[in-house]
Ligand binder design. Structure first.
Ligand code: NAD
Length: 471
């Protein structure tokens, strides 16, 4: 039996090595660098998504019970939008970017030339299994790389479908999906890539970073964390509650930038809680389990993990669940134990702790006592308070007076900071992330400055004057 497993592992390792080698040779042929080639490949991706929209929506429903509205808005549509942007801007993005040249270099010109890294590896999670595998792929293609993609083994249906579709759309020497779990990812990470793009947990992010370090491979790590949501007294109460309920319970809270916990001024806490309860019922009905708009927890492990948090505070809304249906009701927790696991771990599910603060200092100190979050939300009409929070806290990205929405502006780089990640993407930021921005100084043979050559004759005062003027 053991022999069989070893034989299987060896075969897998050989497969991985030969695909990596295949892609390395293909990149070396320079075929992927041609701008028209890249555009053609992006168009193929768009056509594939359009042609298989129903099948993708169906797979997302099977994995996460996503409503087709969510499936299109947060998965398929967002990728098509990014492809369209890349198609219209790629020629401009890929051009050398001229920069100033100090007079010292006369006669010369300087520019930044975006170069593809080469062979990239993209590792995706299960919560937005289409968006989080294909948005990085758009960047990788636009920048002229080859790519190996590793979807999550937990979003079984979507991963199998995307694997089939992408492997039919592209030659393996250019783009190849390799399905699998920990063992397959480790085999991939043992190979040398030119860039690794990982989306997932901070725990696995550490492992990916360590593996990349062995080859000094640059990485983007798109990780998670506890994203706080501060609610001041000076707000539009109705819109605030609505936008929190939407951002927290979309995909049943299994969103990396979902508000993880609410920090609310104690003067407005009761009013906010009852409005949030009102909108939970308005959006999902009296029994959210029957709502078509309510998704499901990905698997039993996450279901059990989430239920264990319920003892860390008092349930004031929801709290019901059905394991056979992987359903947990939208839940609000009051009187949360600040030392309990719910305030240590990223919740990543439909449980929302409500924590009150007496003054802004307390709220800011609480946020700063934790790792830097992926997102931060501020609800306030008071610009002074907004500026203070922005100045005194750190987060990957911020939306003021809404939740999640900064992700939906391709002009804004999307990524974390500190424990929530390294590197940012979307739109041109994806193109730049998957490119090495190569510096080129192009001199002529017209002028020569003898003073720089040995034996050195210029005294230091003159050298300082020249450098002051010329650099
Ligand atoms: P995960 O870290 O468990 O898995 C991510 C990927 O890593 C999967 O493809 C998985 O197969 C692989 N993997 C798992 N264990 C591994 C190991 N020991 N060695 C090598 N590879 C391994 O994350 P997940 O549960 O799929 O996703 C949830 C996490 O992802 C949350 O923390 C969430 O915040 C984060 N996330 C971040 C973003 C973002 O954009 N920053 C987006 C979505 C999710």
């Amino acid at each position: 039996m053991n022999n069989t497993i070893n034989e299987q592992a060896k075969t897998n390792a050989n497969d991985v090595q030969s695909i990596v080698k295949f892609q390395r040779d293909y990149f070396a042929s320079n075929a992927t660098k041609d701008i028209q080639f890249r555009k053609d490949q992006l168009l193929k991706l768009k056509n594939m998504l359009n042609a298989n929209e129903d099948a993708i929506i169906d797979a997302l429903h099977k994995d996460l019970r996503k409503h087709e509205f969510e499936a299109y808005a947060t998965e398929i549509g967002i990728v098509i939008g990014d492809i369209d942007k890349a198609l219209s801007k790629l020629t401009k993005w890929a051009k050398p970017r001229k920069v100033k040249t100090p007079p010292f270099h006369y006669v010369a010109s300087s520019y930044i030339k975006p170069d593809p890294y080469g062979n990239v590896l993209i590792i995706a999670p299960w919560n937005y299994p289409v968006q989080l595998m294909l948005l990085p792929l758009v960047g990788a293609i636009a920048a002229g790389n080859t790519a190996i993609l590793k979807p999550s083994e937990l979003s079984v249906h979507t991963s199998a479908l995307l694997s089939k579709l992408l492997n039919e759309t592209y030659d393996a020497q250019y783009i190849k999906v390799i399905e699998g779990a920990v063992e397959e990812t480790q085999l991939l990470l043992a190979e040398k890539f030119d860039f690794i793009f990982f989306t997932g947990s901070t725990r696995v992010g550490h492992l990916v970073y360590q593996a990349a370090a062995k080859n000094l491979t640059p990485v983007a790590l798109e990780l998670g964390g506890k994203s706080p949501c501060i609610v001041d007294t000076d707000i539009h109460l109705d819109f605030t509650a609505k936008r929190i309920v939407w951002g927290k319970f979309i995909n049943v809270g299994q969103t990396c930038i979902a508000p993880d916990y609410i920090l609310v001024d104690k003067k407005i806490k009761d009013a906010l809680v009852s409005k949030i309860q009102f909108y939970i019922h308005k959006f999902f009905g009296e029994n959210p389990q029957e709502s078509e708009s309510m998704g499901r927890i990905i698997n039993d492990v996450h279901f059990d993990r989430l239920l264990s948090y319920l003892k860390d505070g008092d349930v004031i809304e929801g709290g019901t669940s059905d394991r056979s249906d992987k359903y947990i009701a939208p839940t609000l927790l009051d009187n949360v134990n600040m030392d309990a696991p719910i305030m240590e771990d990223e919740i990543f599910g439909p449980i929302l702790p409500i924590i009150e603060y007496g003054n802004l200092r307390e709220a800011i100190d609480l946020i700063n006592s934790k790792e830097k979050p992926l997102a931060l939300y501020i609800f306030s009409k008071n610009n002074k308070k907004i500026s203070r929070i922005l100045d005194e806290t750190s987060a990957g990205g911020v939306t003021v007076n809404d939740t999640l929405m900064h992700i939906a502006n391709g002009a804004l780089p999307f990524g974390g900071v500190g424990a929530s990640g390294i590197g940012a993407y979307h739109g041109q930021h994806s193109f730049d992330l998957f490119s090495h921005l190569k510096s080129v100084l192009h001199r002529s043979f017209l002028v020569e400055e003898p003073i720089r050559y040995a034996p050195y004759k210029l005294n230091l005062n003159w050298l300082k004057k020249i450098m002051d003027w010329a650099l």
